[in-house]
Design a protein around this ligand. Structure first.
Ligand SMILES: [Zn+2]
Length: 278
């Protein structure tokens, strides 16, 4: 299963950065503060101005089922969403999104990775705008969606993981524009409709010096070829982060299965684009 950042523009999330663009985590996992030990991340974007994150779209980090979506209280949580992603790497996986404003999904809905689910709120005016986001690898949130361990440090460690490290370990995927996604809502079979055939986007090599094709997603791996600027290629939907670069696998043509770098993970350089080079 591919996972994506819960916030950021399409373009920012396409870079594979865990906290994309100018988003920052104001209260990293296990930070001790007024409410105890923090269970996850407080995602803020204050650039180019304070509260630039107000009403920003919140995305489901992965495919799953909404198990909770309602107003908890006007204090602290505000609106809260919990999504059950099933078993991942042999453990249950739940993601939780707090202080949100509008919710565009409801309990029982099946969601896809990168699907909009809500807008960033300010907890009914209690906080600056931000998204409280955490990841649980136990089933605690299925029965106690508002579970907050507070000063119970072991409770935090037992039920929650560092969401940044976890997402990074899953090679946060790029997401294609919604129009290019295959509709695979198998839970909706009575609603017969034509199968959407994905429009595979063409990517162009935009690096002036061209790029190398590698046998694995590592700059030190063996090279199998070189692609000059302007070459058209088809690459995998999922990006893989390695050595501060985002790698993608070629899915068609003479270099099929080879790996190329799309750009630096920190967005300082890009080597591929869906727009042809000038
Ligand atoms: Zn928080």
């Amino acid at each position: 299963m591919a996972f994506t950042a819960p916030i950021g523009t399409e373009e920012e999330r396409n870079t594979g950065q865990v906290w994309p663009g100018t988003w920052v985590d104001a209260t990293p996992y296990m930070t001790r503060y007024a409410l105890g030990y923090h269970t996850g991340a407080d995602l803020n974007n204050n650039r180019p101005r304070f509260d630039a994150d107000a009403h920003a779209t919140v995305y489901s980090i992965g495919d799953g089922k909404v198990t909770y979506a309602q107003l908890v209280s006007k204090k602290y949580w505000g609106n809260l969403i919990v999504i059950d992603h099933g078993m991942v790497d042999g453990k249950p996986l739940f993601s939780r999104y707090g202080h949100i404003e509008t919710m565009v999904i409801k309990r029982g809905d099946i969601v896809k990775a990168g699907q909009p689910i809500a807008n960033v709120g300010n907890g009914e005016g209690l906080f600056p705008y931000h998204l409280h986001f955490d990841i649980s690898t136990s089933t605690q949130l299925s029965t106690l969606p508002t579970y907050w361990p507070g000063n119970d440090r072991q409770g935090v460690k037992h039920h929650f993981v560092d969401p940044q490290a976890w997402l990074r370990s899953q090679h946060v995927a790029e997401s294609l524009p919604a129009d290019d996604k295959v509709s695979t809502d198998s839970h909706n079979t009575e609603n017969s409709r034509p199968v959407d055939v994905p429009q595979r986007p063409v990517w162009y090599v935009t690096a002036a010096q061209g790029i190398a094709v590698h046998k694995s997603p590592s700059a030190s791996s063996e090279k199998s070829g070189a692609l000059p600027k302007g070459t058209k290629i088809f690459i995998s939907e999922n990006g893989v982060k390695n050595e501060e670069l985002i790698w993608a696998q070629i899915v068609d043509g003479s270099f099929k299965d080879g790996w190329v770098t799309r750009g630096k993970a920190n967005q300082s350089e890009t080597y591929l684009s869906t727009n042809p080079p000038r």
